[in-house]
Design a protein around this ligand. Structure first.
Ligand SMILES: NC(=O)c1ccc[n+]([C@@H]2O[C@H](COP(=O)([O-])OP(=O)(O)OC[C@H]3O[C@@H](n4cnc5c(N)ncnc54)[C@H](OP(=O)(O)O)[C@@H]3O)[C@@H](O)[C@H]2O)c1
Length: 286
């Protein structure tokens, strides 16, 4: 019997998950399908139940459902609890649902693959929406020397840091009470070893750098998680300042790799997934 998977989002037309997973199924010779379902928020519960009833093996979940799906699931893996969001659902025997988060694991797997060490480093993260908060929680658990959280709306950064500081192994978790574009923010970014842009700035072609260009320099690693193939203004500014710049496609690939492992317990063909992602990006012109 063919295995069934799908992604829920609203909108979902832009998602590259179907392309990556289909390439992997083909490379492994697995008889499986991967659907793309545009699910409005009011239909989320019903669609989840439908997939459980129809024998689906797993789902990916993207905006705006990553938090909303959590109370609808039978259980949550530690990754989802830590991140406060679910991007992967596994259907257990009998149709029970288990929520996981592979965005955070995907981000850190991509950094590890590139040889970026976190231990002892000063980290500054811009943005604390769903993705930023989940990554900040990940950094707070690692032995980073310090974690500074900055956000366009500073009060959210302060509130998140207060929540994370309690259970953190990082030397210090600081929510910055000033705007991303302030001189104080520039100082914090300049002082960091690793900078992460987890804001949505960069999704649009003409978005300016999310990180003040004057704050970036050689010796730093700058990660822009915006999942586009083109150079974002943040990546461009980081490169021209001499920093190591990492775009968001590696994280996108690695979260899919982890999701497949959770669903099936099998080792995916990562190269087939990477090639499919690259060629979809090239033909989509993103
Ligand atoms: N590579 C991957 O696999 C991957 C996975 C997940 C997410 N992402 C990317 O991560 C980014 C954030 O996603 P999300 O789910 O966290 O979104 P979200 O929950 O809507 O949060 C958006 C964040 O961006 C900030 N922001 C929005 N527009 C901004 C602007 N023009 N200037 C400065 N800050 C701005 C918001 O600040 P306020 O609080 O002030 O509104 C908030 O911190 C998106 O680009 C998304 O595509 C990538």
């Amino acid at each position: 019997m063919a295995l069934k998977f799908a992604i829920f989002g609203h909108p979902v037309g832009h998602s590259l998950s179907p392309v990556m997973h289909a390439a992997n199924f083909a490379a492994l010779g697995i008889d499986a399908s991967y659907g793309r379902f545009d699910v409005p928020p009011e239909a989320l519960r019903e669609e989840l139940a439908r997939c459980a009833g129809e024998g689906y093996s797993g789902l990916n979940v993207t905006m705006p459902h990553k938090k909303a799906i959590m109370p609808l699931l039978d259980s949550l893996a530690q990754s989802a609890i830590d991140a406060g969001a679910v991007n992967t659902v596994k259907f257990l025997p009998g149709g029970k649902t288990e929520g996981h988060n592979t965005d955070v694991g995907g981000f850190f797997a991509d950094l590890a693959e590139r040889g970026v060490e976190i231990a002892g480093k000063k980290v500054a993260i811009a943005g604390c929406g769903g993705a930023g908060a989940a990554l900040a929680a990940g950094f707070a658990r690692l032995p980073a020397r310090s974690l500074h959280i900055l956000n366009r709306t500073p009060a959210k950064a302060v509130a998140l840091a207060e929540r994370l500081a309690a259970g953190s192994s990082a030397g210090a978790v600081v929510g910055c009470a000033f705007a991303l574009s302030s001189p104080e923010a520039e100082y914090v970014f300049r002082d960091a070893d690793i900078i992460v842009n987890a804001t949505s700035a960069g999704l649009k072609q003409d978005d300016a750098s999310a990180i003040p260009p004057a704050a970036m320099h050689s010796g730093q690693t700058v990660c822009d998680i915006v999942p586009v193939a083109r150079e974002t203004a943040t990546v461009r500014a980081a490169r021209s300042a001499g920093a190591v710049a990492i775009g968001g496609l590696g994280m996108l690939l690695r979260q899919a790799v982890l999701a497949f492992r959770i669903w099936t317990g099998l080792k995916p063909d990562v190269e087939a997934m990477r090639e499919a992602l690259d060629s979809a990006m090239a033909s989509g012109g993103k």
